[in-house]
Write a protein that binds this ligand. Structure first.
Ligand code: FMN
Ligand code: ATP
Length: 292
């Protein structure tokens, strides 16, 4: 017995609202054909191999979890497919396939030679239904993983969240540091940075913190130039109304709003005063916008 399928191929980093257009269409098409749906997710985009890549939006495991809502997921390494010529690549993705869903810019095969017009011709020959989805745009700009990475790097977290369709997450295990924050009156949970991910603009963010219980808090992302300029970027989370020991625990932090850039203060007192102001501002925003 042959199991029929519908297929899409792309990187899908972040699984943003543009991707969701494609994925929803894929699911609908699978229902139409009473087939399975398969998503081929390319682990890293071409820029990664060219050495000018800002980092992924979310870890691959999370991308897979988000994609699995729409079908069976198969990760592909670009290195393994980039030298396959377009017609051969089509042969692979068109086997037992009833439908293909892609965006307008979709390209395939060696040197990205295959484009939509070739795909149309090939699909017609094999009686495969091709759905080419129009670009989802925001203020005239195409929503893309590249655009969202840029917004995160610029601290435009609100727009990034809107285009992602959810709040931007950073997370990891809490590790023990010098505990200087406790002495300053601002104990912070330090979380390890996932090396493959894009680094947000250095500064202070109003955030949701899941321990897994939901709290609000502030996250400072940066090098802490006032106390000891660290070599590696640090993610420090100051959780409001919280005093549990969470060393070794996984926490999830969602960035909601960028409050200010990280600064080098003249002395620790100036830093503490600024952190107090940050907390005041954050609580005001929480009351105005997030109180239930
Ligand atoms: C809300 C908040 C804002 C911060 N802002 C700055 C800053 O602008 N400049 C800076 O050098 N460090 C900043 N920090 C980092 C503090 O210097 C750091 O948390 C403190 O020294 C404690 O370090 P520890 O993790 O070693 O205990 C900030 C931390 C928090 C929680
Ligand atoms: N804004 C969008 N509207 C509709 N389809 C989209 C949109 N963005 C991406 N797609 C489609 O989703 C699939 C996966 O695309 P891809 O992973 O290249 O996304 P991308 O956000 O454009 O990434 P990049 O910024 O790296 O180009 C492709 O078929 C692509 O055409």
């Amino acid at each position: 017995m042959i199991f029929l399928r519908v297929v899409t191929v792309g990187v899908f980093d972040g699984v943003h609202i543009g991707h969701v257009e494609i994925l929803s269409r894929l699911k609908r098409l699978a229902e139409e054909f009473n087939s399975t749906s398969e998503i081929y997710t390319i682990v890293f985009p071409m820029e990664y191999y060219k050495g000018h890549f800002d980092g992924l939006l979310i870890p691959l495991e999370d991308r897979i979890t988000l994609l699995e809502v729409y079908g069976e997921v198969f990760p592909l390494e670009l290195n393994e497919i980039k030298d396959i010529d377009a017609s051969k690549f089509f042969e692979i993705i068109s086997k037992d396939t009833k439908g293909i869903v892609v965006g307008k810019d979709f390209r395939f095969g060696k040197n990205a030679k295959g484009d939509i017009s070739l795909l149309e011709k090939l699909c017609k020959k094999k009686n495969i239904k091709l759905e080419v989805v129009n670009d989802l745009t925001e203020n005239g700009k195409r929503v893309s993983s590249t655009l969202i990475r840029k917004l995160i790097k610029e601290g435009n977290i609100k727009l990034a969240n809107k285009l992602l369709g959810r709040a931007y997450p950073v997370y990891g295990k809490v590790y023990k540091d010098k505990q200087l924050g406790r002495k300053l009156g601002f104990p912070t949970a330090n979380i390890r940075r996932h090396k493959e991910l894009v680094i947000p603009k250095f500064g202070v963010y109003l955030s949701k913190v899941y321990t897994p219980k939901l709290y609000f808090g502030l996250v400072n992302i940066g090098l802490r130039p006032t106390v000891e300029k660290t070599k590696n970027v640090k993610y420090e989370v100051y959780i409001f109304d919280f005093n549990e020991n969470i060393y070794g625990k996984e926490i999830r932090v969602e960035l909601l709003e960028f409050l200010r850039a990280e600064e080098k203060f003249k002395n620790i007192n100036d830093l503490i005063n600024r952190m107090k102001e940050d907390e005041k501002l954050a609580k005001k925003i929480l009351e105005e916008k997030y109180a239930s």
